[in-house]
Write a protein that binds this ligand. Structure first.
Ligand code: ASP
Length: 371
């Protein structure tokens, strides 16, 4: 399995690249070889695996392949065009399919990004290569926990690196261009695939195999990455990154929050089992506008009535894929929190982080209005 063949014009000498493959930490990074002229911006690529680094048995193996078959350094080395836009420094943080990303990986990513922006004044931005399945979750976690305004851009691919018409190379190039763009600064964590820039809070994966899988329902994407430039048309209004109150200092584990999906005749055993198990929070992927059925409500009433104490916090999200979940008296009086436009997996992340700071329901409601 050779990556170079699949990437088209990769016969150019890889040594000409302004690529540094660093170990963990800046101290060990060798000096860069630059061509004459103004130095291009420095962009760090933190690789975590996924289809973008996937390898299949043949160029037509589009659905059967191994995620994380190539390293981030190999992906960068196979893409000489990157050097026209940025000086790349690469680090491998993980090399897994994104269903297997862990909280430990999230803490490692947040820690490395923090260290890069603190210790590398040349760093214009950071790109994270990631599997698309949970990419939106990592993106939103970092959107809430990275405390800098320089761009952090997540990128993935729908086709493995060995595929005919692999989308990874152009996605990676566009992600690097976005991370190097001064216009991307202060817009929170971004997701770049298919020439489109989406905001971490609002974007979601909508299709199993189609290239245009990342969409921002109702609100739309922020901008395009085209041949001429990285072009932004809007920016997020909710608190993020440098303006976030969430602080990972000393955090090594997170409160446990799980998601329960609603449907006709839901089985209350799922909610009961979570409560028995001592869960800290539950996100309900409710029907319609975050509606809770009588059966679910009966199971929850065991813990939702006053007094407020060590009971789990319940957030109402919804399974529709778009739209707001607003506060409603019938649920508010039981101490539930309205999940706003956050989908269940994002509401879970905000609730996990909220619970690292408080168990006060009104405070958590404020956070769901602000983030
Ligand atoms: N299985 C892949 C993952 O790591 C899918 C992808 O990256 O597109 O999420």
């Amino acid at each position: 399995m050779r990556l170079r063949r699949q990437y088209g014009a990769v016969t150019r000498v890889v040594a000409a690249l302004a690529v540094v493959v660093a170990g963990r930490g800046l101290a060990g990074a060798p000096a860069l070889a630059q061509e004459a002229g103004p130095a291009p911006p420095v962009v760090w690529v933190l690789a975590t695996g996924g289809t973008i680094s996937g390898g299949g048995a043949s160029s037509t193996s589009l659905t059967e392949y191994r995620a994380g078959a190539f390293t981030g350094a190999e992906l960068v080395a196979a893409l000489p065009d990157l050097a026209r836009h940025a000086t790349i420094r690469v680090e491998q943080v993980a090399n897994v399919g994104s269903p297997n990303i862990t909280f430990e990986d999230w803490l490692a990513l947040a820690g490395r990004i923090d260290a890069i922006f603190r210790d590398d004044p040349e760093a214009a931005g950071v790109v994270i290569t990631h599997g698309t399945n949970t990419l939106e979750e990592t993106a939103y976690f970092l959107n809430l926990t990275v405390r800098h305004d320089r761009p952090v851009v997540l990128v993935g691919a729908q086709r493995p690196a060995t595929a005919i018409s692999a989308d990874g190379p152009l996605n990676l190039l566009n992600a690097v261009r976005t991370a190097a763009s001064p216009e991307a600064r202060g817009k929170g964590v971004l997701v770049v695939l298919n020439d489109e820039i989406n905001a971490a809070r609002d974007v979601t994966k909508t299709s199993t195999y189609r290239l245009e899988t990342f969409r921002t329902p109702d609100l739309g994407f922020l901008g395009y990455v085209d041949g001429d430039r990285v072009a932004f048309y809007r920016e997020p209004t909710r608190r993020h990154t440098a303006d976030s109150e969430f602080d990972l200092t000393g955090v090594t584990a997170f409160p446990r929050v799980d998601i329960v999906y609603s449907y006709v005749e839901p089985n209350p055993v799922l909610i009961e089992a979570l409560i028995e198990d001592g869960v800290d929070g539950i996100v309900l992927a409710g029907t319609g506008a975050g509606i809770v059925s009588r059966r679910e409500r009966a199971a929850l009433e065991r813990v939702t009535g006053p007094p407020v104490g060590a009971r789990p916090i319940i957030v109402r999200s919804n399974r529709t894929g778009s739209g707001r979940v607003v506060p409603l008296p019938a649920y508010d009086e039981l101490g539930m929190v309205a999940g706003d436009t956050l989908n269940p997996q994002k509401a879970r992340i905000l609730l996990m982080l909220a619970l690292t700071r408080t168990r006060d329901v009104d405070e958590i409601r404020r956070m769901f209005r602000e983030y």
